[in-house]
Structures are given as C-alpha cells and as structure tokens.
Design a protein around this ligand. Structure first.
Ligand code: C2E
Ligand code: MG
Ligand code: MG
Length: 639
C-alpha cells in the first residue's frame, strides 16, 4: 500500500514537474512573440518564429498559419517553415468553404476541424493528393478570430501519422491561436494607420507621402538615359484663395473634392493622381514614351476645369495651371523633379494661367541663378553689401526737403547693383526680410537722428515684419537707440499688407500711430482694393504711385484719377506725396492740384547717407539766396 502510494506520488510529481516546465515554456513563447509584435517585426517573421517554437514544444507537429483574404474569400499562406514548398504553394488561394480540407473548412465553420486521417476524410478529397506524398497524414486546424469576432486566419498542426491532438498539443495550440489573433489584429491596425497616413481625408486621393513613395519607386526602376519616362504634372488651382475668402472654407473643401473626382475620372489606371496639399494636385504619368502623350494628358487635366463646378448649390468657375517635369530628362531625383515641375508651374501662371508649361533648360538656368542669388542674399547683410540710400521728399510749394525715404541698396561684387525690386521680394520669400527690415529701421533712425530736427525719415515695411509679434518693440528699440523722436519717423506700407482682413495688424499700426509714428500708404492706386484699404486705417499720408505721375500729361483719365485722389485725400485730411516726379510740368501741375509733397529725380535721386549733410547745406544756401533775391525789391521799396 505504502509502495503504491509512493509510486503514485512519484508519477504525480513527474507530471507536475513536466506541467510546470510546459507552462514556463509556453510563457516564454508568449513573451517572445508579444515582444516581436510590440517591436514591429513583420507579420510573417513573427508567425514563422511562432511555428518554430510550437514545433519545438510539440516535436511531432508541423505548423502552418494562413490568413483570410475576405475580398477573395480564400486563404493565403503566412507561415509554415517546416512545410515543403510544394505544399505551401498548394495552400495559396485555398477557398474558404464547407469542405476544403481542414483549414478552408475551419475558416468557413469558425470552429476547429480535426482530420485524423487525410487519406480517408471526405473534407480532403480534392487536396489529399498534394499532401499525402509529403507524408502529411493528419491535420488539425483552428480558426483565428480577430477582436471583431471574425475569422482572420487558421492555425494548423499537421502530423506524419493518422492521429488527433493530445492534451499538450491542445494547450500549445490554444496559446498559439491567441498569439496569432494578437499579431493579425496588430497588423490590421498598422495597415489601417498606414492607409490613413497615405490618404488625403478631404478628397480620398493619395496624399503627398503616398505620391512621394510612388514617384520614388518609379524613379528607382527608371533607366538612366533611355527607355520610358516619368512625367510629373504639378497642378495648382488658379484662384482657390479667392473661393475660400469669399465663399468660405466649407465651399472650398467641397470644391477640392469635386476637382479630385474630375481629375480621377480623366486619369487612366497607369496615371497616379494625388493631392499634395492645399489646392495643389499632381499626377504621375508612367510609362510615357512621347511628348505628345504628356501634352495629351495635360490637355485632359485642363479640360477638367472647362465646365464650372456645382458646389453646395453654387456654380463656381475656376481654372488650373500645370507645370510638367520629366524624368530622366529633367532630373532623376524626386525633389529636383518636383522643384522643376514647380518652376514650370510658376511659368504657366506667369504666362496667363489656365495652361500647362513644360520645364526646359532655360527655366533651369533661371532657377539656378535665382538659387545662387538667394544664397548670396543670405550673407549680404553680414558682408556689409547692403546699405541704405536716402531720397529727399520735398514740399512742392516751397521746394524744401521735409523728409528722406530710406531705400535699400545691394551692391554685390559679381552682379553689381541689384535693384530692391529684385532682391526685396526674394528676401520676403525666403523670410530674411524680417532681419533686413529691422536693420533698415535701426540704420534709418540712426541716420535721421543726425539731421535737422524738422526733417523726418520714411522707412518701407514688408508685410512679414508687421505680422511678427515683436514689431512694436523693434520700432521702439530703433527709436530709443537713436534717440529719434517718434514724430520724426514715418512707416510706409503697401496694399500687400493684409490690413482689411487682419485686425491684429491694424492694432499694431494703431499702437504705433498713438506713439506718434506716422503711417503712410505707399504706391497708392496700384493695388486692387485701394478705397476699402483707405477706409480700414486712418493713414497720415498717401503716396501716389509713380505710374500715375508718369502719365499725368499723357492720358486725360490719369489726370482725372490723380485729381480725384488728391481731392479725396484733402477731404480725409491726409497728406499726399507724388512719387517719381521727373519733369517740371509734372511738379507745377501737381502743386496746382494741391499735392503737398513730391519725390523724384527732378529733385534728387536717392543718395548715400554721407551726402545728406552737403545736400541740405546746399539747399539752405539756395533757399537763403532765393529769399534774399525775392526780398530785394521789397527792401528797395522800403528804403
Ligand atoms: P518705393 O517705396 O515706392 O520707392 C520709390 C522708388 O521710386 C525707389 O525705387 C526710387 O528710387 C524710385 N524713384 C524715385 N524717384 C524716381 C523717379 O523720378 N523716377 C523713377 N522712375 N523712379 C523713381 P527703388 O529704390 O528701386 O525701390 C523700389 C521699391 O523697392 C520701393 O518702392 C520699395 O517698395 C522697395 N524697397 C526699397 N527699399 C526698401 C526697404 O528698405 N524695405 C522694403 N520693405 N522695401 C524697399
Ligand atoms: Mg516707399
Ligand atoms: Mg512707392
């Protein structure tokens, strides 16, 4: 009896010990697989590892994992490291159905299917000839269910002899099926995230990231010098901002979706349409052999805008411009190719919009020259190549200088004098205008502080400067540093400053005006909204643009416009300066019409700061002379 008990105890102890080891091994397997999932291993690699570990735990078994392709209603192999290749091939596209071996049936029924003898089981009638020659005699397949309860795959144990699973196998398979479910769910979530990351939500088109990926794939396989080409069509709507501003963003968004639908409709399978952002779309055309094919697609894309769009019960007519670059002709590199398409797009816009333009070498030269200029401009201030010149603004009635306008000059060693109309827009585009503008302001105030106390200085501002939070502090610092009274500073803005739409900028100008700084509206009449602009802020001065002054004696209409502007300024109690006065008749006429001040080559061109003292001394001498001459007859009469 005692011996019996001790024998039973020993059996129990052995069983307990092996159960503990098994549990530990299973835990280890789970840990390993979960770590592989968490660290982002590819799905097939995770499941191959799982099969290998399961086969170590159950040396009689051969594992396989299949995934359900729900669209095709079939199974696809994911892992089966010990299965012969021929068998793996045979499990490709196995249908999900009521009598399709163990796996197809398990996926169909949603429950495990135990086939203990493949040779005789009717479920295997169509497949046994593929498996039996490889010594696979039994197959027990379990469905893998995802977190949504649907069957996402199958996990199978094959045996080399007719048999069913034992208790140990059942434990292993239960753990493996769970791990497979986690791995498949994770993979599905990852693919969904990836899909979101590569789709534009508004238009459901591929987004910029997807576009870039596809373009790079094509570029990688493109022969370097011969064979098929890739064409990038870079599309930009011509007045999307106007639609957004006038009809609102909701209508703008709908318009973009409608544009996307039309673009998709005119593109064939081989043409990849994407939204790059904002109102920019792009099409990859590949493979393409002839220029005519590219032009035909461009025409097709433009034709999308021939009919107006019906959006939220509104009819919106809009057009688009297209820039086209080709690989390998224009570049083999994605960024360069897109940049070239962008240059061509810019050309298409400049040539009147609603058209396409192909990149060419001349544009390339222009682009390179422009890039070189950007690079030089970034260093120009530090190298001392930028200076300020000053142009006198004179009182038209007395001829006396009342202020000087500070005008930027760039003397670049190899290019010579680069006009501000060329480099200021570049400085604005690349963002260094804020640094430049602050420097202009400081330098101008410092110079003005040396002039007689009744002479002011006018400084031009760029829109970007005004939208910086610390602009008021910058002006205050320039005034404090130079000890120039705020009343001697005038800031000139043009209609490119978004005053009407931006109350914050109006506030900044108002705050400066309250401190005593005068605000002038430069180039009046050249913008699109001069009158509403005038209403949006109480300007101290209007500067009538040079283009009007030039035409005073050429066109009667111009004369009438300038007269009306001067009348308007008078009624608003705003000072006026006529810019670009070059002739005496212009000066006489403007003065007669009541224009208070003038600026132009007739008086003096812009001059370096060092010349101002002499210029003012000259002016004083001249005016003293003319006063003396003018007062002579009176003196005589008195005597
Ligand atoms: P603006 O502010 O309207 O400056 C007046 C322009 O007219 C100056 O051109 C000046 O040299 C030119 N000008 C003066 N008198 C005559 C004349 O009788 N006939 C003709 N044809 N032109 C005359 P500039 O110096 O080439 O400056 C061009 C534009 O560049 C300026 O127009 C201004 O918009 C911008 N700019 C110049 N300096 C600065 C600056 O420091 N900051 C900013 N943001 N812009 C500047
Ligand atoms: Mg100006
Ligand atoms: Mg001007």
């Amino acid at each position: 009896m005692a011996a019996n008990i001790s024998l039973r105890d020993r059996n129990c102890t052995t069983q307990l010990a092996s159960a503990t080891i098994r549990a530990q091994l299973l835990q280890q397997l789970q840990k390993e697989i979960l770590e592989a999932v968490a660290t982002g291993w590819p799905l097939s690699r995770i499941l191959t590892l799982l099969c290998q570990r399961a086969e170590t735990l159950s040396p009689d078994a051969i594992c396989s994992v299949l995934r359900v392709d729900s669209e095709a209603n079939c199974l696809l192999p994911l892992a089966g490291p010990s299965l012969p290749d021929e068998v793996v091939q045979a499990t490709k596209h196995v249908p999900v159905g009521p009598d399709v071996g163990s796996c197809g049936t398990a996926a169909y029924r949603g429950e495990p299917v135990e086939v203990t003898d493949i040779a005789i089981d009717p479920l295997w009638k169509d497949y046994r000839h593929l498996f039996l020659p490889h010594g696979l005699r039994a197959c027990w397949s379990s469905p893998i269910k995802g977190c949504d309860g649907k069957v996402s795959g199958t996990f199978a144990f094959y045996y080399r002899e007719p048999r069913g699973p034992d208790r140990l196998d059942r434990e292993i398979v239960a753990a493996c099926v769970n791990l497979c479910a986690i791995a498949l769910d994770h993979d599905r979530a990852q693919s969904h995230i990836l899909k979101l990351a590569y789709r534009d939500q508004q238009t459901d088109l591929p987004n910029r990231a997807a576009f870039q990926q596809r373009a790079r794939e094509i570029l990688d396989q493109l022969p370097k010098s011969y064979g098929p080409s890739l064409a990038v069509h870079y599309i930009d709507l011509d007045d999307f901002k106007g639609v957004n501003d006038t009809l609102g963003h909701a209508v703008g968004d709908q318009l973009l979706s409608a544009v996307a639908t039309r673009l998709r409709a005119v593109c064939k399978n081989a043409e990849f349409v994407a939204r790059l952002g904002g109102d920019e779309f792009a099409v990859l055309q590949f493979p393409v052999a002839k220029l005519e094919e590219i032009e035909r697609l461009a025409q097709r894309l433009l034709s999308c805008f021939a009919r107006p769009f019906e959006v939220e019960e509104r009819t919106i007519a809009t057009s688009a411009s297209i820039g086209i670059a080709r690989a390998p002709t224009d570049s083999n590199d994605f960024s360069n190719l897109l940049r070239r398409a962008d240059v061509a797009l810019y050309r298409a816009k400049g040539a009147g919009r609603a058209r396409y333009c192909l990149f060419d070498e001349e544009m390339g030269q222009h682009m390179l020259a422009r890039r070189a200029m950007e690079k030089d401009l970034r260093q120009a201030l530090a190298k001392g190549e930028i200076t300020l010149h000053f142009q006198p603004i004179v009182h038209l009635a007395t001829g006396k200088t009342t202020s000087f306008e500070a005008l930027a000059r760039w003397m670049e060693p190899s290019r010579g004098a680069v006009p501000p109309s060329e480099f200021i827009p570049i400085a604005e585009e690349i963002g260094i205008i804020v640094e430049f503008g602050n420097w202009f302001l400081r330098r101008a105030c410092r110079e003005a502080a040396r002039w007689p106390a009744d002479i002011k200085v006018a400084v031009n501002l760029s829109p970007l400067q005004l939208s910086r939070d610390n602009f008021i502090q910058q002006v205050e610092a320039a005034l404090a540093e130079s000890r120039l009274p705020p009343e001697r500073l005038e800031l000139e803005i043009t209609e490119s400053v978004p005053l009407v739409a931006n109350p914050a900028i109006r506030e900044v100008l108002r705050a400066l005006k309250n401190r005593g700084v005068a605000i002038a509206l430069d180039d009046f009449g050249t913008g699109y909204s001069s009158l509403s602009y005038l209403r949006s802020f109480p300007f101290d001065r209007l500067k009538i643009d040079y283009s009007f002054v030039r035409e005073i004696h050429e066109h009667e209409q111009t004369m009438a416009i300038v007269k009306a502007v001067l009348e308007l300024a008078r009624s608003l109690n705003v000072h006026t300066t006529a810019e670009g006065i070059e002739t005496e008749p212009q000066r006489i006429w403007l003065r007669a019409q009541g224009c208070s001040e003038g600026q132009g080559y007739l008086f003096n061109p812009p001059m370096p700061a060092e010349k101002i003292a002499d210029f003012l001394a000259d002016e004083r001498r001249r005016s003293a002379g003319s006063t003396r001459i003018a007062s002579l007859p009176r003196l005589k009469a008195m005597s």
